[in-house]
Design a protein around this ligand. Structure first.
Ligand code: 0PR
Length: 385
């Protein structure tokens, strides 16, 4: 830091020069992001709540009430009448909280000390962070030919050390939904904590189902489901950071509670102490402003774009890894190496993401990718072909 204060104008100039190096969602070139530009109204509300701190909720009773209302609304969306949980920084923190709850619950009620979690091979890497921090062993369940958890494999890897089973509703690479109903039954019958990571799909599957899309049930209406991650900062159009963790029972929060004697509340279950109220307020605002109707329209329009892109790819001759269930498509050229194709696209100005399983170009058709961008992308892909 320099000694003397610097003029605001100079600081802003310097910052905007650096900000100009960032890619902008609005040019439609970012193909692999699960985040998008937040809705302007949500951003406006976010700024009004920048000083609120949910780490000491007794001081911010109104904002705490807002967080509770958001959790209640998301809970309702996921078929839960009474929901517990928090708006956190994102899917990573939400998943860590879920696994921490599962571990502590198993420790308290089953005496498991060196636990294991079963995750599909398609799980987001946040579970690796969770296992590392919580001293748990990861057991990976293999995928079937459709890139979903192989349920027989899953049954085989359950042991008396299993503290949680995880399934995904909207996988990071392919946007697929695991057979959650079947897994819920297995988890329930074996009395094992079951967490669903719907960080991506949570704000679209319920709306697409409402619109008549044939997607499976993934929520609390399945009795084995103990918690669900659902991120407002992905398909919910809320500003970053906004993740959501919803628990079926209060006891899952209680097993994580630590004493916080000098605060306005006597215990705290979240990982983070001082935490933003702005994320809750912005999520509250955008959910009210859109209503179910707005989210139904958004989810459906993104699926229409996805199907348009899918048809275009097939027409040119590209190989699509699987029929998309949500707004993610992974594809390959029949005889070009994925990295070579990725490089060619990068040279044409596309910000490409390469999936690992299977190796392919992955496009997440978020709200910033409009139909004209898809047409341009298809034209470039035709040229490359
Ligand atoms: N669960 C699932 C299913 C996810 O896809 C992700 C993130 C997470 C959890 C973790 O969420 P947070 O990143 O909010 O903690 N999925 C994307 C990914 O890692 C996130 C992302 C977003 C990546 C924007 C790139 C990007 O530009 O691939």
């Amino acid at each position: 830091m320099q000694d003397e204060p610097v003029d605001k104008e100079d600081i802003l100039k310097e910052l905007s020069e650096l900000h100009n190096l960032d890619y902008d969602y609005s040019d439609g070139r970012i193909l692999g992001s699960m985040c998008t530009e937040a809705h302007p109204f949500a951003k406006e509300v976010y700024c009004k709540f920048l000083d609120t701190n949910l780490g000491d909720p007794g001081l911010f009773k109104g904002t705490k009430h807002i967080e509770e209302e958001v959790i209640k609304s998301i809970g309702e969306l996921l078929s839960l009448d009474v929901a517990y949980g928090n708006i956190v920084t994102g899917g990573t923190e939400a998943n860590i909280m879920a696994i921490r709850a599962a571990r502590n619950h198993a420790r308290k009620y089953k005496g498991i000390v060196d636990g294991e979690i079963i995750i599909p091979e398609s799980a987001h890497f946040s579970f690796k962070k969770a296992a590392d921090m919580l001293n748990l062993k990861i057991v990976e369940a293999k995928l079937d030919d459709n890139y979903k958890i192989d349920v027989d494999e899953l049954k085989n890897v359950i042991s008396d050390k299993t503290v949680a089973i995880v399934a995904i509703a909207g996988t990071t690479e392919l946007g697929l939904i695991d057979p959650i109903e079947e897994i819920s039954k297995i988890a329930f019958d074996n009395n094992i904590y079951f967490h669903v990571d719907a960080a991506f799909g949570g704000f679209s599957i319920p709306f697409l189902r409402k619109k008549g899309y044939d997607l499976p049930i993934f929520d609390f209406s399945l009795e084995g489901v103990c918690s669900i991650t659902v991120d407002p900062h992905k398909m919910g159009l809320a500003p970053i950071p906004a993740g959501g963790i919803i628990f079926r029972k209060e006891e899952y929060l209680e097993v994580m509670a630590v004493d916080s004697p000098y605060l306005t509340v006597k215990t705290q279950s979240t990982i983070v102490g001082t935490r933003l109220g702005a994320s809750s307020a912005a999520t509250y605002a955008i959910m009210k402003y859109f209503g179910k109707k707005g989210y139904c329209e958004l989810a459906e329009s993104l699926m229409e774009n996805t199907n348009y892109f899918y048809d275009g790819l097939i027409e040119i001759g590209y190989e699509v890894v699987c029929k998309p269930e949500l707004n993610i498509i992974a594809f390959n050229h029949p005889d070009m190496e994925t990295n070579v194709l990725a490089e060619k696209l990068e040279k044409l100005g596309w910000k490409v993401s390469v999936a690992k399983c299977p190796k392919s170009i992955r496009v997440v058709l978020m709200n910033h990718i409009k139909i004209n961008h898809i047409k341009e992308l298809l034209e470039d892909l035709k040229e490359i072909y």
